[in-house]
Design a protein around this ligand. Structure first.
Ligand SMILES: *[C@@H]1O[C@H](CO)[C@@H](O)[C@H](O)[C@H]1NC(C)=O
Ligand SMILES: *[C@@H]1O[C@H](CO)[C@@H](O)[C@H](O)[C@H]1NC(C)=O
Length: 350
């Protein structure tokens, strides 16, 4: 049996051997080489550290900061920015995109025109984004563009504490913002269906808000959950265990993947419990290769919701093949997505 030797033992053996054999030059050589190896290893580790600090920093410095008050700067030509005040000293930023077929009409129009447009009979989506970054992140714009192209209105908000929205992000605060936006929309939407789309952390906000609406005797007309987790407590614990996550909190690009402004220990967002109370038509979208929220989470959500609603028609699970490499954020790229959404919306009308 091999005996485990610790460092000092090893040194001792080494010295002993060199005394016995008396081949000093060769051993010195060996010793020098191992010293060099150690220096190279140290330099390698050091440069890795420097790279991992400087790359995100450089990306940050040399990326043009997007002005959230001017969505037209990034080519969103039928989107307007507005601010709502869901609470005292809380102002949240919202982008409203009208259906794409109205883009020409929308040129140069003001907030009043956009507000009136909400009553044009087209379905309306409230999009709730995940943690980290703000409403201008490419995958969020991606979903808004798909919904707009299909012919719907989309309202994308930055919860309090995110993007240019003021206030402290808390679970209750996030839900307050969404409820406020919902009522704001309902006051202008006539008979149009008003649905919610929650991605990642936003899926938990969506289901929690849906339960709060039920308590007010109201409900969304449809719910779409993308990359949804069972409850935030489980997911955030998993993420914060990762040894490097703390380090990237301050940097963009990487922070999309992290539960950033919210303190994870205060989060609950129990989608698993919420769905037991909800009878709203539900569609779950999930990529098999989702690297942050495993596909099994979607299957479990599907099982819970189907049992609660006792219906195959009202609860759907759409799986995206792992070979497509959509991961956690990439579903907006799927050429089949517009039809999937259209079919879901048609099922609401019947
Ligand atoms: C929003 O995110 C973009 C990157 O998508 C960044 O350039 C911008 O500075 C952010 N704005 C705020 C106010 O957080
Ligand atoms: C405005 O947006 C629509 C839809 O994305 C696009 O088809 C059109 O070419 C854009 N127009 C301009 C002037 O950028």
């Amino acid at each position: 049996m091999k005996k485990r030797i610790n460092k000092s033992e090893r040194k001792f053996q080494y010295a002993g051997r060199s005394q016995q054999s008396g081949q000093k030059p060769k051993d010195l050589n060996l010793h020098a080489r191992s010293q060099w190896q150690w220096i190279w290893t140290k330099m390698g580790l050091l440069s890795l550290c420097i790279l991992s600090v400087s790359i995100p920093l450089l990306l940050h410095l040399f990326s043009d900061s997007i002005d959230l008050s001017r969505p037209s700067d990034i080519g969103l030509n039928h989107t307007i920015n507005m601010y709502l005040t869901p609470g005292e000293a809380v102002r949240v930023g919202v982008w409203h995109t009208v259906p794409e077929h109205r883009w020409k009409e929308a040129q140069g129009k003001d907030l009043d025109w956009y507000e009136n447009a909400l009553g044009d009979g087209s379905p309306i989506f409230i999009y709730l984004h995940g943690n980290g970054g703000n409403r201008s992140a490419p995958h969020r714009i991606g979903i808004a563009n798909v919904l707009s192209a299909v012919g719907y209105h989309v309202l994308v908000l930055d919860y309090r504490g995110f993007g240019d929205s003021t206030g402290e992000p808390t679970e209750a605060g996030l839900c307050t913002d969404v409820l406020y936006l919902y009522h704001w929309v309902k006051a202008r939407s006539g008979n149009s269906p008003v649905c919610v789309w929650g991605h990642s952390l936003g899926s938990g906000v969506a289901s929690t808000t849906a339960v709060k609406l039920l308590e007010q005797g109201k409900q969304f007309d449809g719910i779409i959950l993308e990359g949804a987790f069972l409850n935030a407590r489980m997911e955030t614990n998993k993420l914060t265990e990762h040894p490097f996550t703390w380090f990237y909190w301050k940097f963009p690009y990487i922070q999309y993947f992290l539960f950033n402004p919210l303190k994870s220990k205060d989060l609950n967002l129990p989608t698993d419990e919420n769905l037991q109370k909800i009878q709203t038509p539900l569609m779950i979208l999930h990529a098999e290769d989702d690297h942050l929220v495993p596909f099994a989470s979607a299957q479990e959500i599907y099982r819970i919701a189907k049992k609660a609603q006792n219906s195959d028609e009202h609860v759907k699970l759409v799986r995206f093949d792992g070979a497509l490499e959509y991961l956690h954020n990439g579903l907006y790229k799927d050429p089949g997505l517009p039809n999937i959404i259209r079919e879901f919306m048609q099922s609401l009308m019947t």
